[in-house]
Ligand binder design. Structure first.
Ligand code: GDP
Ligand code: MG
Length: 798
């Protein structure tokens, strides 16, 4: 009996919940668990939803949802009391009520032990052989496809369970192209097997896994029978079965259905999955179809999800993927929804967008993404026996070079070096133009406005603030231009793969590497880029260590200090600073990793085939990142640069020099107040003011110090060589070398700028994380700057 068929006031006991994974999970959380009593509070005909009471709570379920719940009614239990010998053996003096309860529980338990298992797989993977051996049947087995034309059912008892085993026709996929495919799909969605056994031919694993990816999309309970395991062994191939299972989110059982090897283990696993005894192994995962397709999928999924009546029957993500694939059968389902035309319009838009960006139809892009997923999963788990000459596709040939054990790292490093060179050298030109333009604009606006604080606010606060955001735009665009090329061509996936092992040593993942590299450009987009990391722990730790990657905003400070204090070898000083950041990032990853709870869910690193990226996609991705940077940062940086301006501007000391003004402004007062704290590092209050300004954005450090040192600069400026700026001369004359070194170290490590702070807060969703990280970085900065100062004093006594 189904829960939906009960009348008002009737009681029943839950047997099982059918349907796809997330629906089942939701109902189980509501209390619909085997053996629990449920009462119908109100089920009026034509009324939806229906109201129920379960474990003392009232819940309302849609009729469609209640149809997915199998129950035992009191009437059925009474019937069983008459016929079931087990129940007739109950003591005769038992109360009627108690007797009924026992009967309900007994029948529920019995029915719960009646399960339906469907065999799904490619033709010739050994389904019928498995069926025969398990069900003791004698179906015809043949070494050609098309032997099984429709479903055969077999019944047998295994460990207290009555199993109905269904042998479905063989299919390569679950698209709606052939009658077999449609038949299998209908069977999976409508006859609702409790567990699906995906029979996979281990000797032809790559092609067989394609069907598996579609089963994953459907969010069913799947166990994989890795059949023909004898052939795999015979060939000498190696497969990490357990890891493959983790990556696919389903238990994998090696079987040989010719002789029955592994079959009992397979059924044990089926029962465990049915009873939810292996939640870690049998989990639902979303195959990553790549950023663009995922955007389309999420958009369609949300439109479909708004229809409550469909959510219980199908995984909405599955429907969205199939809609994008222009699946006729799913189109029929979608067509009945109230917002069908809206979904169709959105789908057309998305298909056109994908076609324009990727140069292929959404349908084939989805197929490619699935193969990329399979390639990634196999690259981590599968090793073909060497003697076999591999097929040499275009992708294989390139891979033979770029993932070669000797060439991979040099190529990777060379590429990174080139990208950085281009970003900073080429980027310098537009940077200079923007700076000049902002200065010109400031001067122009300034000359048009009357003297006073309003003018100062506009020129020094707003225009300068906007300028400090804008100057980094070229760097970011160039960096992302190259990153997009690497991503879209398929190289990035290999890069992540190459560094994966290395990254695992510090508890991170191959996918953490790219965001870390981006951190050298700007921490903000780097932190946004961590979104591609599936594992929560890896993602949090990666976010936490990105601030140690010395961003471009810090570079001018190092250049200025290195030029002034280490004129013999400024490059070495720079390199040393960058390396220190990397070392501390690694140490911090190890440290912070200990405090983050590990979800430890392995995931597949997709390996897409190499492809020439389209200009449109590159342009789009590059601009998108630039826009994200401007949108997210413009507001925060602006607010902070105006606030910092105000701290330096007030209280007013009219007629005083700028340096005097700054010294006696709020920021000067704060700088002086913290001077004792930083005294052990050799800093004076002017340097502290610079550090305070750096909280807004690191590039403000120099300009703030430029102001405080303005007077000193005039005094010392003439003594330095001509290439030196006034600030450099002033610093050289007043700051010991050891303190300068400590200052560089401090700037490298302390408080990520406010924009990064906001990015951390946004991406982790928690203020606490952002605040803790700030405190941590300041502490680290202080300790290491102190050490640098002490060591520096030994080398260059003051
Ligand atoms: P189906 O098309 O998926 O139903 O596959 P069949 O059960 O008809 O099997 C196809 C062929 O593979 C038959 O010749 C079987 O004897 C053979 N076969 C099935 N399972 C195994 C196995 O585990 N190992 C080996 N070596 N052959 C198998
Ligand atoms: Mg068959």
């Amino acid at each position: 009996m189904l829960l939906a068929d009960l009348n008002t006031g009737e009681k029943a006991v839950v047997v099982r919940v059918n349907g796809h994974g997330s629906f089942r999970k939701r109902l189980i959380e509501m209390g619909f668990i085997k053996g629990k009593e449920v009462r119908v509070v109100l089920n009026a005909p034509l009324k939806d939803p229906i109201e129920y009471e379960i474990i003392g709570y009232k819940v309302s379920l849609r009729r469609e949802e209640a149809r997915q719940i199998e129950v035992v009614t009191e009437e059925e239990a009474r019937e069983a009391l008459q016929t079931d010998e087990h129940l007739q053996a109950l003591p005769g003096d038992m109360e009627e009520e108690e007797r009924l309860q026992r009967a309900l529980a007994h029948v529920a338990e019995e029915r719960h032990h009646n399960i339906r298992v469907a065999l799904v797989g490619n033709p010739n993977c050994g389904k019928t052989s498995l069926f025969n051996i398990a069900a003791g049947a004698h179906e015809h087995v043949g070494n050609y496809s098309g032997v099984t034309v429709d479903a055969k059912e077999g019944h047998f008892r295994y460990k207290d369970y009555d199993i109905t085993l269904v042998d479905l026709p063989g299919t390569y996929s679950l698209s709606a192209y052939s009658p077999e495919e449609l038949y299998v799909r209908k069977n999976l969605l409508e006859a609702m097997p409790d567990v699906v056994v995906n029979v996979v031919d281990a000797s032809n694993i790559e092609r067989n896994l394609y069907l598996t990816t579609q089963l994953i999309d459907m969010n069913l309970r799947v166990v994989m029978a890795l059949n023909m395991y004898d052939e795999l062994r015979h060939k000498g191939d190696k497969l990490d079965v357990k890891q493959l299972g983790y990556l696919l989110g389903m238990p994998v059982c090696p079987t040989v259905s010719r002789n029955g090897e592994g079959i009992p283990e397979l059924f044990d696993t089926i029962l465990q999955v049915y009873e939810n005894a292996t939640p870690r192994l049998a989990r639902h995962l979303h195959i990553n179809h790549g950023a663009e397709l995922e955007k389309s999928i999420v958009r369609l999924r949300n439109l479909i999800f708004s229809n409550e009546e469909i959510r219980s029957r199908y995984s909405t993500r599955y429907l969205a993927i199939k809609t994008l694939e222009a699946d006729k059968d799913v189109a029929g389902i979608i067509g009945t929804l109230p917002n069908a035309s809206q979904i169709a319009a959105a789908c057309q838009e998305e298909e056109a967008r994908i076609e324009g960006l990727l140069g292929t139809s959404a349908e084939s892009a989805i197929v490619d993404a699935k193969y990329a997923f399979i390639q990634g999963a196999l690259a981590e788990t599968y090793e073909k026996y060497q003697a076999e000459r591999p097929r040499r596709t275009f992708t294989d040939k390139i891979d033979a070079i770029v993932t070669n054990q000797w060439a991979a790292f040099p190529i990777f490093v060379l590429l990174l070096w080139f990208i950085f060179w281009a970003t900073f050298t080429v980027g310098q030109y537009p940077m200079d133009w923007i700076e000049a333009a902002v200065a010109w604009l400031g001067g122009k606006v300034g000359s048009l406005m009357a003297e006073g604080w309003v003018k100062d606010l506009v020129v020094d606060g707003v225009i300068a603030g906007v300028g400090s955001v804008l100057v980094f735009l070229p760097n970011i665009l160039i960096l992302y231009f190259f990153i997009s090329i690497m991503e879209d061509s398929g190289y990035m996936a290999r890069a992540a793969f190459i560094v994966d092992k290395l990254m695992h040593r510090i508890g991170l993942h191959g996918k953490s590497f790219i965001p870390m590299v981006m951190g050298f450009g700007c921490n903000v987009p780097a932190i946004m880029a961590t979104r591609s990391i599936e594992s929560r722990k890896s993602r949090l730790v990666t976010i936490a260590i990105i601030p140690f990657m010395s961003c471009a905003g810090r570079l001018p400070i190092f250049v200025l200090f290195a030029g002034a204090f280490f004129p013999q070898n400024p490059a070495t000083a720079l390199l040393g600073i960058y390396l220190l950041g990397i070392v501390l990032a690694i140490l911090s990853a190890l440290l912070i990793g200990r405090f983050v709870k590990d979800d430890d869910l392995p995931f597949v690193m997709e390996l897409p085939p190499y492809r020439i990226p389209t200009a449109k996609a590159i342009g789009r991705h590059t601009w998108e990142k630039g826009r994200q940077y401007l949108e997210k940062m413009a507001t925060t940086i602006l607010i902070f640069s105006v606030s910092l301006w105000a701290l330096g501007y007030f209280p007013r000391h009219e007629g005083a020099t700028r340096a005097y003004q700054q010294e006696h402004s709020y920021i000067g007062i704060i700088g002086k107040a913290i001077e004792p704290v930083n005294e052990p590092l050799g800093f004076n209050w002017k340097m502290d003011v610079g550090l305070l300004a750096g909280v807004g954005a690191k590039e403000l450090v120099i300009s703030a110090m430029g102001v405080t040192y303005a007077q000193d600069g005039e005094e010392y400026g003439k003594q330095g060589d001509s290439d030196e700026t006034a600030l450099q001369s002033a610093l050289k004359a007043t700051v010991p070398t050891a303190a300068a070194l400590a200052f560089m170290v401090f700037v490298l490590l302390y408080f990520p700028c406010i924009a990064t702070f906001m990015a951390i807060k946004n991406e982790t969703g928690k203020w606490l994380w952002a605040i803790l990280l700030c405190l941590y970085t300041i502490l680290v900065a202080w300790v290491f700057a102190f050490a640098a100062y002490r060591i520096g004093l030994l080398l260059w006594p003051a």
